[in-house]
Design a protein around this ligand. Sequence first.
Ligand code: IVH
Length: 750
Amino acid sequence: MSDTIAIADLTGDEARDELARLAKLLLRANQLYHTEDAPELSDADYDALKRRNAGIEARFPDLKRADSPSDQVGARVSDGFAKVTHAVRMMSLGNAFDDTDVADFDRSIRKYLGLSDDAPLGYTAEPKIDGLSLSLRYEHGELVQAATRGDGESGENVTANARTVSDIPHRIEGAPDVLEVRGEVYMSHHDFDALNDRQTEIGGKTFANPRNAAAGSLRQLDSEITRSRPLRFFAYAWGELSAPLAETQMGAIERLKALGFQVNALTRLCSTTDQMLDHYRAIEIQRATLGYDIDGVVYKVDDLSLQNRLGFRSTTPRWAIAHKFPAELAWTRLEAIDIQVGRTGAISPVARLQPVTVGGVVVSNATLHNEDYIAGRDAKGGVIRDGKDIRVGDWVQVYRAGDVIPKISDVDLSKRPDDVQPYVFPTRCPECSSDAIREEGDAVRRCTGGLICPAQAVEKLKHFVSRKAFDIEGLGAKQIEMFYGDSVLPINTPANIFTLKERDAGNLARLKNRDGWGETSVSNLFAAIDDKRTIPFARLLFALGIRHVGEVGAKDLALFYRDWDVMAASIDTARSAALAQRAADEAEDAERITATAEGRRARIKEVRDAAVAILNVPSSSASAWADLIGIDGIGATLGLSLSDAFANPEEREAFDDLRKHLTIVPPDAPASDSPVAGKTVVFTGTLEKMTRAEAKARAEALGAKVSGSVSQKTDLLVAGPGAGSKAKKAADLGIETLDEDGWLQLIGDL
Ligand code: IVH
């Protein structure tokens, strides 16, 4: 075997082959180790292979592979870990930045639950640990799986590594048969300093902050490395449970403590917002001496039955919020302003800064939002930073809040050099020279080039492959940059991704022979692409990167239409009504903004054209349009944007081409055992037993579609006291109507 050849004797060709072979062996070893608990290689053999790989790379640095096993230590590797789908989604938290936000949080909860301002309502308040979240699954008391959060729906299987963390028990007594404990893995300041010292001594990589160190340590492919890094774990939440832990949040935390988990000693029960804020300030004072990083305080509704009623928005619970500590600040020099063009054409100015450390992280870029922001105005024309504009060469104050992109909060005019000029914002796209225009009411200037603009096309592709979209392993932003416009094997459209393999096969300059690619990485890439030929409808819709169509909108559209062709046909039918709507909106705008005689004449013409357009809209189009914007959560803005995308020839061609390569999976059939599954329900009038928001969330959880307007498609109207035109329309259309009690009876809540 070639590993008998001493490294010093290898020829270049032999070294290349050998690196490919080692990459494959080590990849397989890692997979076996983590996914099957059945390693084929002993630790000593594994280490020997790794050393050999590193030795060859040291002698032939040019031959180092893009997927080199040596980069898979300490780096953010995901390839080596198997994916785990969370039984219960892992949520993140909404943020509060000041006392008012906390008061708003309390108010919105009371409103949702229909509680008065002075009704008793308890909250827990506890430190927000700055680490990474982890879900531990226990079955019959045994730790069977540990998974990172990932995108919330699925994360990485890091069980072997979690077992090395001493705060994580391998066995617990007296727990429910299924118990998923969730909490934060973190590193103490003391251990972080010691680790960095040790890394410096051995010439290894040092970490910017304890959070990165904890993340890097937990995501090691070799759990012996994780074992040598002193990680800790605080439990603060749970996922799937076969039996409830307690009736309150505080009770559940106490139960977790009794089961042997570390829980944070600064967790308090509060009965007023004032008490919550007092505890926040008490924690803030102790922050520096806690010995680990925290970045705020988390408040949670204490009563678990209320938590249950409050439920979740798309990615955050309604019953909890993170009250963040104020951001950290630093002053530095603004060296340049660069312009980036986003996937929807938005022209965003980016500040290039003299690098400066802000809260443990080196910052060299910051967002400048838009032209008004640079000029010292907000979107409504109000003054910000006392009206001080930002110029290249200025001293600027930079701040960071958590993971958020750094921003500029102030300018020091006393340090402004004499020769600096006000910044002139471009009115043409720097990438494609198309006009960059700013629409009425839009804070951003946008390139009008559409898919003709290379920057928009590339950004759309990056979005297409991103984690919440197609999430193709081995095809990220970096690879998109590489393939876009490639002379031999271009990926210029989403469909091009799915023809990559066949185009590569007919090619002399095969991908595997390129720098940074090899047999394994290419076949992995093709497999990852094949894996995504079947895609959930909502993901596909989100992936298209249509302006205003976010994750939630995509889900709503998918639930409503269920089928791509049905949706596309309906959007086409709705086109003339959509255009009429736009014309009418624009005419209305013109009315608002024109006072001159000339303006009035123009306005009269617009209003007339709009009226003609509206009158000429066929009723099928009007009703397809009404269907679209009647979907709860979808309004005219999203509807128009969707309509424009489907009517734009380049975009439509890209959609149609792509569609040919895909099997589109409709959303899960709604729970069929519910009497309202698949039905379209409209709520109107006053509800007395629950708020409108809660009623809607309940209905959706039971598989119903909730719409804002009554139409032929409505199956059921739930009318409370004071119901007006909707009730009348429903009666005219012969639609079944229930009162609130009738509804509760139907869904089994009464
Ligand atoms: S509760 C469903 N409590 O903050 C609610 N999260 O920004 C689950 N975090 O993803 C979260 N300390 O990783 C909760 N005491 C705490 C926390 C905490 C830190 C993290 C967690 C979450 C993130 C959201």
